[in-house]
Design a protein around this ligand. Sequence first.
Ligand code: PGA
Ligand code: ZN
Length: 429
Amino acid sequence: MGLDTTIAKLHGRQVWDSRGRPTVEVDLWLSDGSLGRGVAPAGASRGSAEAVDLRDGGSALGGFGVRNALSLLNGEIAKNLQGKHFTNQAELDQELIELDGTPNKSRLGGNSLIATSLAFAQAQAAHQQQPLWQSLCTSTPAHLPLPEIQLFGGGAHAAGRIDIQDFMLIAVGAQTFGEALEWTAEVYRTAGELLRESGLLAGVADEGGWWPQFSSNEEALEWSVRAIEAAGFKPGQDLAISLDVAASEFGQSGSYRLSRDQRVLNRVEMLELLKNWLKHYPIISLEDPLAEDDDWKAVIPALGSSVQVIGDDLLVTNASRVQQAATHQSCNALLVKPNQAGTLTETKAALDAAHAAGWQAVVSARSGETEDVAIVHLAVGWGAAQLKVGSFSRSERMAKWNEALRIGEALGSTQLPPKDWFPWHQQNV
Ligand code: PGA
Ligand code: ZN
């Protein structure tokens, strides 16, 4: 539905994210009084081609201050948008892109731009008297996305305690979203109890997953299987494992330093290691198996096509990068992070490019989050098959799982996407 309203007022403020760092929040009013609010999340393992957040630098607040970003937001951006009329999201986002004028949003800041873009989408939904997911829907959605939920945190989210960043669960056997959450809750709780008993629990990592003191990366896989079984489920059939290797964090120029394992691997050896893990553990999805600067053409030939290969740092939610990767068959799924792109229109274009290539899209939060739940609305409204918002603790994560339950009620269905959307799972059972 088009929008025929004017932006009456835009106000940016500093709020705080889940790591206690400042971030940018935008309130945007339309002339009819409709209010939309958007907040910028923040990544810790960022792709080098992501939209750049504008931070103050220096020593205050660890350099993460957003004073400069806010003065541009409440000055230049507000001045340019207030009193202007945009018929749709694409027009507003185009204005933001042109106003910024850089290829990576570094002048006005990707943080300010995504918060503004989201605030406009929320205001548009408010104007239409619809929740965001519904105002974005072009066809009737029939499902909630399949959740990918972190069990153990590592990498940049746990001070490098283990090299691999995310060990996640996908409840492939669950019939409904609610059942997927219940099964995951049981495994999460069981894993915590077992780790505590073994003296291996160091707390929770940035996305709420257990922060374990494992002595090797593979131990996290053994423990994932152990926890699934101890909670009374069948690994691979009820719940499978998904990894975000986040290899750009420990790999460069084709060389991968696994500090926990005291090994340095080349690309072929890195893929061999992952292939070996695929053979021995019920892993159905691998995100960033290689670093962003490596040759991803080697991935699917080495690992086979029965595993989901997700591009995050490689693709940075960018439509032309997706098209290029599709040509080379470098991946078969896209991680969709709106603040990597900097506007909702560019985010949606990347998601559409993934769907056009026959890939799936995994809509994802960041490791630095707030109570904002817009990401869940985007996943449902855009018809993404999967959703990743971290683990099963910490309210900035739980708020999002809970919002999906509420949206499911509004949809009248908590059904997950049909099983044949997940061929990589079918081939593994
Ligand atoms: P982030 O990483 O720390 O950059 O948000 C999350 C992810 O890679 O999925
Ligand atoms: Zn990632």
